[in-house]
Write a protein that binds this ligand. Structure first.
Ligand code: ACO
Length: 330
């Protein structure tokens, strides 16, 4: 039995932060950000709204679009690198908000690959018949953890807040649904894109020296990440196509992670996928990490870009390093 996405939804906070707004906070320019990343604006939460809240709003829409109610959900998977608290994870916070009693809530931490890591788990549970209505959520609040100073501008300009959710269940028709998910990671690069503190390896977990050194902010070797992303993303997509005996030309819609528009153009060019088959929304939301793929998927559905029987491909790359692809017959 294949699993399928039965409904999808997303939520982004209403506050729009443009590149011109960032210009007022540190040395940057709209021109630089647009040229290097494609981003024009992103959304930031206001005080009082957390990662689980974004996930909750997205979940309500996903559950409704699946024709279900929260009580029908039998398992929660929550992917985020920015949980509301150190512990517990945001999955149980979401469960409380949805008012669903005692179903399991699993949190996963695979950054930009979080949604596809989560999809692989949901797929296994559905295929084995363990669960039938899994709520898979990706949500991030980046804005409260960024360094709004020139020293953090490379990372700060790319991230935005948002949430996306899908309901995964048995496919209504056997030939439709998730064909395969391929997951990879390479831990030797974990220091090249990370937030170091607070960390349980330190006694205490964070101190004034670490704060003064800005080690609680995300740090990234941008060019190096870029180089790995443009190699790994085509590679893992080809891995999936080859294992399924499919060709690049068979792809009807490609949804890439949204970290940098230039990365996605590079991936599409490398594989010879025409622009009209590739969906991007980084211009409006920046990099929303685990939320990115379900946000893109929901927009594609709203815009009628997916027809029954289309081959949908997802591909992603992020911190860890982690990267992944998935193929779905819509
Ligand atoms: N505005 C103006 N100048 C900037 C900015 C900014 N926002 N950011 C960096 N610069 C400057 C740098 O200081 C540097 O100046 P210098 O030459 O005087 O030293 C110059 O621009 C070039 O800096 P690079 O970091 O080399 O710039 P690059 O062209 O690589 O672009 C970027 C940076 C956009 C971050 C790019 O490297 C990138 O997109 N990398 C990949 C990101 C990614 O895929 N991340 C994975 C997902 S995130 C996750 O998993 C959590």
């Amino acid at each position: 039995m294949r699993s399928h996405i039965l409904g999808a939804g997303f939520y982004v906070p209403p506050r729009v932060v443009t590149n011109f707004d960032l210009e007022k906070m540190f040395e940057t320019s709209d021109e630089w950000i647009q040229q290097r990343t494609g981003i024009v604006e992103r959304r930031y939460v206001d005080e009082g709204m957390g990662t689980a809240d974004l996930g909750y709003q997205a979940s309500l829409k996903a559950i409704k679009s699946a024709g279900l109610e929260p009580k029908d959900i039998d398992f929660i998977i929550f992917a985020t690198l920015s949980p509301d608290f150190t512990f517990p994870g945001s999955g149980v916070l979401l469960q409380e908000k949805l008012g669903i009693d005692t179903v399991g809530a699993l949190d996963i931490r695979n950054q930009c690959s979080g949604f596809l890591y989560g999809l692989s788990i949901a797929d296994q549970f559905v295929r084995t018949g363990t669960y039938k209505r899994i709520l898979l959520v990706g949500a991030e609040v980046h804005s409260t953890g960024l360094e709004f100073a020139t020293s953090g501008r490379d990372v700060t300009c790319i991230f935005g807040d948002g949430g996306g959710a899908v309901v995964v269940g048995p496919s209504p028709e056997p030939e439709r649904g998730v064909l395969s998910v391929y997951l990879h990671s390479e831990g030797k690069y974990y220091r090249d894109l990370w937030v170091e503190g607070p960390g349980s390896i330190y006694h205490p977990r964070i101190d004034h020296k670490m704060l003064d050194e800005g080690r609680h902010y995300p740090r990234m070797k941008g060019r190096m990440v870029f180089t790995h992303a443009v190699k790994r993303m085509p590679e893992v997509l080809m891995e999936a196509l080859e294992k399924e005996n499919l060709k690049v030309e068979d792809i009807d819609l490609l949804i890439c992670h949204q970290a940098n528009l230039r990365i996605n153009q590079f991936v599409a060019d490398a594989l010879g996928i025409p622009e009209e088959k590739v969906y991007n929304n980084i211009q409006r939301y920046g990099n929303t990490t685990a939320a990115t793929l379900p946000i893109c998927l929901t927009e594609c559905l709203e815009q009628g870009r997916l027809k029954k029987g289309d081959l949908l491909a997802f591909v992603t790359f992020g911190a860890g390093f982690t990267w992944a692809s998935a193929l779905m017959r819509w």
